[in-house]
Design a binder for this molecule. Structure first.
Ligand SMILES: Nc1nc2c(ncn2[C@@H]2O[C@H](COP(=O)(O)OP(=O)(O)OP(=O)(O)O)[C@@H](O)[C@H]2O)c(=O)[nH]1
Ligand SMILES: [Mg+2]
Length: 344
């Protein structure tokens, strides 16, 4: 299947998410909630419930028992980590003309977009580093500019960049006047926005933008969009986000760009997962957050993977690395579909 690209001579009209939402276009993303694995058996012990307290005293998140089995198969071994790292290192786009896959992270302010980029670079650097600058949770986006990060190895492999470039942008805000607009998001995806462009809802990317890329080549375009959603906020996001994301997904799908999603902050929705990330696929709280993220994005849960970003840690943790690498592998699979769909 091949997709055509809809940008050309026509001048892009500034379009905010709110305007798009009110234009009456329906989302084509049908919601498919996949069925999960086994329900907890009566004898399943709650690893979260560590103290003798009454139900009224403990928060629901602490009380929800873990599932008996992981609902997705995960191998947390060092060997699995090395295999995943090798798979990312050896990744080459299925294209003659495009040497790198450009992946764009989009999500609400503070969801963990920059943290994910820094976390992945940390895994490949062998130490925790803050490559893409990370902010704190606030209502306005910490990231203001378009920045692309080529993931590189360290030590012997320092000169061998991977074929993965991750693009960081401003977070999507709740209102029409704050955060990334639909117009600017699409400008980045189509390859018109120059590197370093400072986003401003009042000044949409257009022909008058300094460095505007008039005729983007295949290497300028984004080949996969990754939605980033905070598991601890997925139940409380403003309703407008759902409309925003589903509008965005429809436009991105029309460009032939595949989309996946990351569920961040999983350590904050389940104590056990917070202290032992290998329990992530046994946590019902994470599983529920995943279903909610799917509903918010209008996306089947099979496209969504959980991650725990490095935030306060000074040292890497093997299991956290495995989950991050699994997410990268997932993203690259969908990025490659773009190249297969658009063979030179
Ligand atoms: N506990 C936890 N905190 C996280 C995680 N990911 C990110 N954070 C924290 O969330 C806050 C926001 O992270 P950022 O990476 O700056 O988020 P962003 O999506 O880039 O935000 P903007 O650039 O403002 O749109 C920071 O304090 C991070 O340390 C995670 O998986 N778990
Ligand atoms: Mg950021």
């Amino acid at each position: 299947m091949s997709y055509g690209f809809g940008f050309g001579a026509s001048k892009p009209e500034p379009l905010s998410f709110a305007q798009a939402a009110s234009s009456g276009t329906n989302s084509s993303g049908s919601l498919k909630i996949s069925h999960f694995g086994t329900a907890p058996s009566p004898e399943t012990k709650s690893a979260c419930k560590t103290e003798k307290t009454t139900q009224a005293q403990i928060t629901p998140l602490d009380f929800i028992p873990l599932l008996e089995n992981q609902w997705r198969n995960m191998d947390w071994s060092e060997e699995a980590k090395q295999t995943l790292m090798e798979s990312v290192r050896s990744f080459k786009p299925a294209s003659e003309s495009v040497p790198e896959a450009r992946v764009l992270l989009i999500g609400p302010v503070g969801a963990g977009k920059s943290s994910f980029i820094s976390s992945v670079q940390s895994v490949f650097s062998g130490r925790v580093i803050n490559r893409a600058m990370v902010g704190s949770s606030s209502s306005t986006s910490f990231t203001k500019k378009l920045r692309s990060f080529r993931i590189r190895g360290a030590g012997e492999t320092a000169d061998e960049p991977t074929a993965l470039v991750m693009c960081d942008v401003m977070g999507v805000g709740e209102g029409e006047t704050t955060g990334l607009t639909l117009h600017d998001a699409l400008s980045v995806i189509k390859g018109h926005a120059p590197e370093g462009h400072q986003f401003s809802p009042e000044q949409p990317v257009g022909a008058e933008t300094v460095g505007y890329v008039r005729k983007p080549s295949a290497t300028d375009k984004v080949h996969c969009v990754v939605f980033v959603v905070d598991a601890s906020k997925v139940s409380s996001y403003a309703k407008s986000f759902g409309t925003t994301f589903q509008q965005l997904r429809e436009h991105i799908s029309n460009l032939g760009v595949h989309q996946v999603a990351l569920l961040t902050h999983v350590d904050q929705v389940c104590k056990t997962t917070g202290s032992d990330i290998t329990q992530v696929y046994r946590s019902q709280s994470v599983q529920q957050a995943m279903v909610k993220a799917g509903a918010l994005l209008g996306m089947a849960t099979s496209y969504i993977v959980p991650v725990k970003n490095y935030c306060s840690e000074l040292d890497l943790d093997e299991s956290t690395d495995v989950l991050l690498l699994k997410a990268v592998d997932h993203i690259l699979q969908y990025a490659n579909l773009y190249f297969q769909d658009n063979r030179d």
